[in-house]
Design a protein around this ligand. Structure first.
Ligand SMILES: [Zn+2]
Length: 325
């Protein structure tokens, strides 16, 4: 037991040293000037958004605004054969590796909101948590989970290979009358955040449908809107995802208050990976994935250059959503 604990400590220390070395030049960042608080930004959005989900405070999208809300049929799903190949090539995480997640938890009279923060280069999870506490964020915690190894892939399982679900027991989007849960990403973020190309990537996952929309998410019965923002939120984290569970929801995400916020503070040189990596990672959280304990995975605790979904994450998600709930 002691050996295991020690090896975990060594792993964490090695990771911290590696990050320190990588990020010495990373003090430079993209956004000069005033920073904004992400919660204040969201409060402004809620106060000002129109009935169709549009918001005048959205960033300049550049060419993204021309990306139409495509018919979901334009986003092909992985085939059963491709899924089988992913299952066959599962990567089991090295012994002693763990997923570390920084979260702020807010309990209200109507439910519980959990925001997952992803540490930027130069910040360990504990340092980021300290900073968030000083900023007054509610109930900040650092969650450490070891690899569960290859599970039996039942929809109730919390891990598969090196992938994990966001919560254990599993949380999920409900079908609400659709064959698959239907999640529309309502993008308000700037041109350099490739949400329009990342959403179709997640839509390849079987059993859950993801659709891209620019600054528009009119009510469609049973569908969901996840709002995506960018802004200069200051140093500490690359992106954060907030999900909400209404009281008595039995693990189902609620439509309200689901959002992703992508931090302009770090440019592509200082982010520790790419903005594509950060965007893919945060949208993975929004669909129900937690951190992958494998350091080469797009859902790893720390930013990296990985931009594809890997094998375990689609298998994990397809398993969660194989059940109509
Ligand atoms: Zn994360």
């Amino acid at each position: 037991m002691h050996v295991n604990h020690r090896s975990r400590w060594l792993f964490a220390t090695a990771t911290a040293i590696a990050l320190t070395v990588v990020t010495l030049p990373g003090a430079a960042h993209a956004s000069a000037g005033a920073t904004i608080d992400p919660d204040e930004q969201y409060a402004a959005f809620l106060a000002e958004k129109k009935a169709d989900g549009s918001w005048a405070g959205s960033a300049d999208p550049g060419a993204k605004a021309k990306a139409p809300a495509k018919d979901l049929a334009a986003y092909p799903k992985l085939t059963d054969k491709q899924m089988a190949a992913m299952r066959a090539s599962v990567k089991v995480a090295p012994a002693g590796s763990e997923a570390v997640t920084v979260q702020s938890v807010q309990v209200t009279s109507t439910g519980m909101s959990v925001t997952t923060y992803d540490p930027a280069p130069g910040f360990t999870p504990d340092q980021l948590a300290d900073k968030l506490r000083k900023q007054g964020k509610a109930s900040v915690r650092v969650v450490r989970e070891s690899s569960g190894g290859v599970s039996t892939k039942a929809a109730s399982d919390c891990s598969y290979g090196s992938a994990r679900t966001l919560t254990c027991p599993v949380s999920f989007w409900r079908n609400q009358g659709w064959e698959d849960p239907y999640v529309r990403f309502n993008d308000h973020s700037g041109a350099s955040w490739p949400v329009s190309s990342v959403v179709p990537k997640w839509n390849t996952v079987q059993n859950i449908d993801s659709e891209y929309r620019w600054n528009s998410c009119p009510a469609v019965s049973g569908s969901r809107c996840v709002d995506v923002f960018s802004g200069n939120y200051g140093a500490g984290w690359t992106g954060r995802t907030t999900l909400y569970w209404a009281s008595g929801s039995s693990g189902a995400f609620s439509n309200s208050n689901a959002m992703v916020q992508l931090n302009d503070y770090y440019d592509s040189a200082s982010i520790g990976g790419t903005r594509n990596n950060t965007t893919t990672h945060e949208l993975g959280h929004a669909l129900g994935l937690g951190h992958n304990v494998y350091s080469g995975d797009v859902m790893y605790t720390y930013a990296n250059k990985r931009e594809d979904l890997g094998g375990e994450n689609p298998v994990m998600l397809a398993s969660i959503y194989s059940v109509t709930r």
